[in-house]
Design a protein around this ligand. Structure first.
Ligand SMILES: [Fe+2]
Length: 491
């Protein structure tokens, strides 16, 4: 091998070289071996009276050579191609055809390999796009149902707008009409850094201030620090694109994206894209504000209603706020998070709001209720649920209001839920509600002493109440006795 002259054409083995021949020549060869030569040999034997047996042997040998060395490899390659085509039509694009041929069949096989490779690549891209869309939808879903949803949603929009425009950071600033400046509402950066939320820009100052005042988009250069980004690139000029968020010809804010140094300048197309995203954001923000106003009014109304219900009955004055207070104390002792503690406080205030739908002669009756009256009274958790349900920000309160009269042993109402099937918040409210009823005067009995109340609570663990909740509450009473028992002012 070492003596081979690279300039001399390589000599190939005849049947390997055959695989590189054009298809037309190979068909001619196979015709020659399988038809022409056998006919000529037999004809020659006949004419020259040669041994016909030997001639037939030669003819068969020629046909076999033609079949095995010329015809069969071609047929095998074609069959392999057919199998691959079938696999592709049934969705399997994996694997490549093993190509040995240099003929037209080989070219076809290589074209197939290229097509399947491209197809696999495209399928991969589609799959990752699908996952991205799924991820986005789930994030949008989470943002929409969470209480602080709008901020998450706006950051998500900025992230995707910046991604589409190959920008490295973006901010949404809203106009503060009173102070005549812009304040930070949402922010995103590819390095995970958030812009300083305290950043404020006077109307007319810098690119965002100019865009907000003039109500027109602007492209230019600006420092990332002017938008509140203080990372290493903060003091470097970046390409900036800023568009106004307009409602009824009035700027309510500006949307800005920036490319770090080295990135190409923003184009007119980029500007048009960001403007259309900005106009959608303006509508979303306006709708959110309107909904928020409606919701806030509703929440204030039902909170007032809850107090109005209490005001009817001198004995229950302050009861709901105290229940909220005890419930948050229990939640804190059980290690629940801030959001749950807020929910418990609201649920405490609202737990008996359904009593607004119960007639006064039943609600204020100082003697025990008849079975029919008790049945009506037991409707109040369901009426309360219906009142609270429309408020999106109180969604977690709804189940607590509905189930605050369930019993741990399963004989409570309205669902007859048992044990941990009762939502934890409702189990906590039940203990807080019972305790407050025990330590305050009622028309039918005097308040219990602290010791008696503790004893009764202990006795109710496992039957009326969740033992874990009772245990947490007794622990608080022991640790913070004054704070809890003096709760008239605590709430
Ligand atoms: Fe109740």
């Amino acid at each position: 091998m070492a003596n081979e002259n690279p300039l001399q054409p390589k000599r190939k083995r005849p049947f390997v070289a055959l695989q590189e021949e054009r298809l037309e020549r190979r068909l001619a060869l196979s015709f020659g071996f399988m038809s022409l030569i056998p006919i000529l040999v037999v004809f020659w034997a006949k004419v020259s009276n040669a041994d016909m047996g030997s001639a037939l042997h030669l003819a068969i040998l020629s046909a076999l050579i033609g079949y095995f060395f010329v015809c069969r490899p071609m047929i095998k390659s074609v069959i392999e191609l057919i199998h691959k085509a079938r696999a592709i039509t049934s969705g399997n694009t994996a694997g490549q055809i093993d190509v040995k041929e240099n003929s037209e069949i080989g070219e076809l096989a290589r074209a197939f390999n290229r097509i399947t490779h491209d197809l696999e690549h495209k399928i991969g891209e589609l799959e990752s796009s699908r996952l991205l869309v799924k991820k986005l939808l789930s994030r949008i879903g989470t943002a929409l149902v969470s209480y602080e949803g709008i901020d998450n949603l706006l950051s998500l929009i900025i992230e995707n707008a910046a991604g589409a425009l190959e920008a490295h950071m973006g901010t949404l600033m809203l106009v503060d009409g009173e102070k005549q400046d812009l304040y930070m509402k949402a922010t995103w950066a590819s390095n995970g850094q958030a812009a300083d939320p305290a950043t404020r820009i006077k109307l007319g100052e810098g690119i965002p201030g100019w865009v907000a005042r003039e109500g027109r988009a602007m492209r230019g250069k600006s420092m990332a620090s002017s938008l509140g980004f203080t990372n290493t690139h903060g003091s470097v000029d970046c390409g900036a694109l800023c568009v106004p968020l307009k409602l009824r010809e009035q700027s309510i804010g500006v949307l800005t994206v920036m490319r770090e140094t080295g990135g190409h300048a923003f184009s007119e197309d980029d500007e048009m894209l960001l403007e259309s995203i900005g106009s959608q954001m303006a509508v979303a923000i306006e709708n959110y504000r309107l909904n928020l106003d409606v919701e806030r009014t509703y929440v204030e109304t039902i909170m007032a209603l809850a107090l109005a219900v209490e005001a009817k009955d001198a004995y229950s004055a302050g009861h709901s706020k105290r229940v909220g207070f005890y419930a948050t104390q229990i939640g804190e002792a059980m290690g629940l998070d801030e959001e749950m503690l807020r929910t418990l406080r609201d649920a405490g205030v609202l737990h008996d709001i359904g009593k607004i739908g119960i007639k006064d002669d039943i609600l204020l009756k100082s003697t025990p209720l008849t079975p029919d009256e008790a049945k009506i009274m037991q409707q109040h958790p369901l009426i309360g649920e219906a009142i609270v349900k429309p408020v999106r920000s109180l969604q977690k309160v709804v189940v607590m209001v509905r189930h605050h009269h369930e019993r741990f042993d399963g004989v409570g109402y309205p669902g007859g839920l048992k044990g941990e099937a009762i939502p934890l918040g409702a189990r906590i409210l039940a203990v807080a509600d019972t305790y407050d009823a025990m330590v305050t005067d009622r028309p039918y009995r005097k308040r219990l002493t602290l010791e008696d109340a503790k004893r009764e609570l202990k006795a109710s663990a496992g039957t009326q109440h969740d033992p874990a909740v009772v245990e947490a509450f007794l622990r608080i009473i022991a640790e913070k006795e004054l704070r809890v028992t003096g709760a008239k002012g605590a709430a």
